[in-house]
Design a binder for this molecule. Structure first.
Ligand SMILES: [Fe+2]
Ligand SMILES: [Fe+2]
Length: 471
């Protein structure tokens, strides 16, 4: 067991106190991080007591401590999952090699890029969500927002620790730049598209945590297979926290759907909107948008980078040990490839299709959530069903980028697609309507009209608990 030091300025289980140079470097970065948090973190709530979970160890039971804390005083720590004795790389050309504690020189630049790209998403999402505290549907939801935000902050710490500890001066410079880019900024945008899209209402937020945080889960699962052992260990622990973010999204949409059904039943025309709810077809349009944006995050369907990451043992498949075969050589992945105005099946060498393999796992995981939402709708006796659009719909990266595929993956003529866009994606009118619902409900036990109460509160506490103290 690595021992946990909770008393130092930076709580950690990586023995920081034994490495004075590293400790000094991270302690020098810390005030810049806090400066970033105060500037770009949740607006208007920095001085409030929030009932938050803080990671204090990596024990399966009891890794977290819950209490009121003011967010700038949150104890952002560095925690790596326990090492696996004798761990070897499980796939690719490096299969069977001992996992690396020190980065092989030839992989240094690639690993730095992978870590920076992952790291960049963490503060980006905090920036995207920084105004949502002004409009939460309940104190429970407000608290969950802040929980997600502080943990994304910790995930940034996790990546910055790797940059500082293994990449020397380059790593320190990258760590600074992680605090300088800004979501949605034209001059200094965040690295990935979905992390520059605005998240200015709670429907977007729940879709983001459902679909975009779930992309995070799959990237982390792939990095948890990395031959670079400190990266594998840090991502393994991040996954523990990530589960709650997806819970927030999945149950958030579920509660919206549930409430919409209740309101439909109360209305003579089964019109949720007439009763102040969010119509299910509008939910579908937001779903389509965030699903498509999140699919892009996996990268191109055919990727020589993905092939070389796999070959070199840098990034595996999610849960690599569940696969029967680990070289992925002399095998093909059959995918739909656009050609001459049509799509046709084509076999792609499996290693080049690794992004697609990861994306498939993700789609399956998303489908499970959608099934759960549909169960609520069907229990309410309503015929409407939500669904995931085709993987080809509204893509901006990869084989299908900028091509007019409809929700079913049929290739349309561009003018037809343009004309029907409003059936599939949130319209200006949808956005204007959703904006009218963004009003804070901050009396303990109360909830906005457009969303149902959660089945239970946090950590055994009731929904009525004062999760954020506003005075
Ligand atoms: Fe994260
Ligand atoms: Fe997350």
């Amino acid at each position: 067991m690595s021992s946990v030091d909770l008393t130092s300025k930076i709580p950690n289980n990586v023995g920081l106190s034994d490495d004075k140079r590293l400790l000094r470097a991270l302690e020098a970065w810390q005030p810049n991080y806090i400066g970033w948090w105060k500037e770009m973190g949740p607006e208007g709530y920095q001085e409030k007591d929030v009932w938050l979970r803080t990671a204090i160890s990596v024990d399966a039971d009891g890794w977290a401590h819950f209490d009121y804390v003011k967010m700038p005083d949150y104890r952002w720590g560095i925690f790596l999952a326990e090492p696996v004795a004798g761990r070897t790389i499980g796939y690719g050309d490096a299969r069977g090699e001992a996992a690396w504690q020190v980065i092989p020189g030839e992989h240094r630049n690639t690993l730095r890029r992978l870590i920076v790209t992952q790291g960049d998403t963490e503060p980006a999402s905090v920036e995207q969500q920084r105004l949502l505290g002004n409009t939460a549907p309940s104190l429970y939801d407000l608290r969950n927002l802040f929980q997600v935000n502080v943990e994304e902050g910790r995930h940034l710490w996790a990546m910055v620790y790797l940059l500082h500890s293994h990449f020397g001066r380059d790593g320190r410079e990258e760590a600074e730049e992680l605090l300088q880019r800004r979501s949605g900024n034209v001059d200094k945008p965040r690295i990935l598209g979905a992390f520059n899209a605005p998240v200015d209402n709670w429907l977007d937020f729940f879709m983001f945590t459902m679909f975009t945080d779930r992309d995070g889960k799959y990237q982390l699962l792939a990095l948890a297979e990395s031959g670079f052992d400190p990266l594998a260990r840090t991502t393994r622990f991040m996954l523990t926290e990530e589960a709650h973010h997806m819970f927030v999204g999945e149950t958030g949409v579920e509660r919206i759907v549930q409430r919409s059904c209740e309101l439909m039943k109360q209305d003579p025309n089964e019109d949720a909107r007439a009763q102040g709810g969010i119509p299910l077809d509008m939910v579908q349009r937001y779903l389509n948008l965030w699903f498509a944006l999140s699919l892009d995050l996996f990268g191109g369907e055919i990727s020589s980078n993905a092939a070389s990451y796999f070959a070199a043992g840098l990034k595996g498949r999610a849960n690599e040990d569940k696969f029967a075969e680990h070289s992925a050589l002399d095998q093909a992945y059959r995918m739909m490839v656009p050609k001459d105005g049509k799509v046709a099946e084509e076999d792609v060498p499996l290693r080049n299709a690794m992004n697609e393999v990861l994306r498939d796992g993700y789609v399956e995981d998303c489908q499970r959530g959608v099934d759960r939402w549909n169960k609520r709708i069907s229990e309410a006796g309503m015929p409407y069903r939500l669904r995931l659009p085709s993987k080809r719909f509204y893509r901006h990266i990869g084989l299908y980028a900028e091509m007019p595929f409809d929700m079913d993956g049929q290739l349309l003529a561009k003018p037809d697609w343009d004309r029907r866009r409003g059936e599939w994606l949130p319209t200006a009118e949808d956005r204007a309507y959703v904006a009218t619902l963004q009003k804070p409900v901050y009396t303990p036990g109360q909830i906005a009209n457009w969303i149902a109460k959660p089945a239970r509160g946090i950590k055994g506490l009731p929904f009525e608990y004062e999760y954020v103290r506003l005075d």
